[in-house]
Design a protein around this ligand. Structure first.
Ligand code: DOR
Length: 431
């Protein structure tokens, strides 16, 4: 199908474009991008094209989420590849990287192939699997990096669990060099975390809940940076939640460690531990929500380039699991369908520019996993998102495409919403 997007405000830092453009799409690829001084008054009539008038809207390269749990195989009651990729398309994403903590764990080529075949048949965005670092994510023995890489994995991670054994992490970083793929580290010192369920501090004491100190994350961030220095391997720090982690990554980058990158998630720059005050398990997440000073440090880290990526850590869980006791509820937030709105809140408050948003949610993720995308340059896959900054969006989890309704943002009014996502030239819109 041929598609013509006219009058939209294209923000494409890779091409140095930040202005009104017309975009022609044919055969699933970008055919032509034409800059304009002013939007046309009337919609064009282009025979053979589906015309989308994006006047007053942003047109961005399709967003790429480095950190998503699609739950299939094994936990289809929480999410499937079909519902997870639908949620992604709704959220403005044209590609998602899926974590290996499925059942069975994605620690071998056959699981990777299964995920990719499901995605081919049922997916509404590109699925880029992440293979496990260790067999069964047990932290004992390295998984088969080469076979998983050949099957299509774009990175390795034991996310959901840390690699506690420093020697194993060293080997993972060494082997990852062979394929030039990143090791994505879930930084958590399990012993120090001590089975905690929220941030450690006055509030955890008040609520009578076991706390997880910031240092449980920061010690591992520092360890992994040291190991990246030792090995020359590529390290990507997942879900940064504390000021100390931001400082450690900043210092590493200052020392010239170009192979270290980091991500944070919308919940860490939007809300604090106060969200769990009423024992709301929808705000239970790992690492936990922290203090105001951490939120500020994370925003600062996004601004000064310390944090390269905004990823969702989309972690859908079943309502029954989240409605039980806070202590026992699984950690995670269903994040795909609120990420753009929460990031646009930073834009609306003048804390982030649209260019920086595109860098954190499309350009840098593409560079880190080497996936292609992150631009609407002619000849590339036609992956785009159209965002209407004039339309507020009230979060209603019951309307999520994701099976996971677990969000602490229910009822929030967010300043903008994706109105269409175009994946390989196919238009998904909710008008
Ligand atoms: O909150 C989280 N949920 N953090 C993780 O690291 C794993 C994830 C999950 O798989 O539910």
């Amino acid at each position: 199908m041929k598609v013509f997007i006219q009058n939209g405000h294209l923000v494409d830092p890779r091409q140095g474009i930040d202005g009104i453009c017309d975009i022609y799409i044919e055969g699933g690829r970008i055919q032509k991008v034409r800059k304009k001084k002013n939007p046309a008054v009337r919609s064009a009539r282009l025979p053979g094209y589906r015309v989308i008038d994006a006047a007053g809207m942003y047109v961005l390269p399709g967003l790429i989420d480095l950190h998503v749990h699609l739950r299939e195989p094994g936990y289809e009651y929480k999410e499937t590849i079909r519902t997870g990729t639908e949620a992604a398309a709704r959220g403005g994403f044209t590609a998602v990287c899926c974590m290996p903590n499925t059942r069975p764990v994605n620690d071998n080529a056959s699981v990777t192939e299964f995920i990719l075949s499901r995605a081919r048949n049922e997916g509404t965005c590109t699925v880029l699997p992440i293979g496990a670092i260790s067999k069964g994510q047990k932290g004992e023995e390295l998984a088969e990096f080469t076979l998983m890489h050949e099957a299509g994995c774009v990175a390795f991670s034991d996310d959901g669990r840390p690699v506690m054994d420093s020697l194993l992490m060293r080997r993972a970083l060494e082997y990852s060099r062979v394929h030039d793929l990143p090791i994505i580290s879930h930084c958590e010192d399990l012993a120090l975390a001590g089975g905690g369920v929220m941030n450690e501090g006055l509030l955890s004491v008040t609520l009578g809940l076991r706390g997880i100190p910031a240092q449980a994350e920061e010690i591992m961030v520092s360890r992994d940076i040291s190991l990246a220095e030792l090995t020359g391997g590529r390290l990507h720090i997942a879900h940064v939640s504390t000021a100390g982690s931001v400082a450690a990554v900043r210092a590493a980058k200052k020392r010239g460690l170009a192979a270290v990158t980091a991500e944070t998630c919308p919940h860490y720059f939007s809300i604090t531990e106060e969200a769990v005050r009423e024992y709301d398990a929808n705000a239970k997440v790992n690492p936990p929500l922290r203090r105001k000073t951490d939120v500020e440090a994370i925003r600062e880290g996004l601004l000064d380039g310390t944090i390269d990526v905004i990823a969702t850590d989309h972690a859908p869980h079943h309502r029954d699991e989240k409605e039980g006791e806070f202590d026992l509820a699984p950690s995670g937030i269903s994040g795909l369908e609120t990420a753009v709105g929460l990031a646009m809140k930073l834009v609306a408050n003048g804390m982030l520019s649209m260019t920086t948003l595109v860098e954190k949610m499309a350009v840098n993720p593409a560079r880190i996993v080497g996936s292609g995308g992150g631009t609407v340059a002619p000849g590339t896959d036609a992956d785009l998102v159209i965002i209407d900054p004039r339309r507020e969006y009230r979060v209603d989890a019951e309307k999520f495409a994701s099976k996971g309704r677990n969000t602490p943002f229910g009822g929030w009014v967010l300043p903008a919403v994706p109105v269409a996502t175009i994946w390989k030239g196919k238009v998904y819109s909710w008008e």
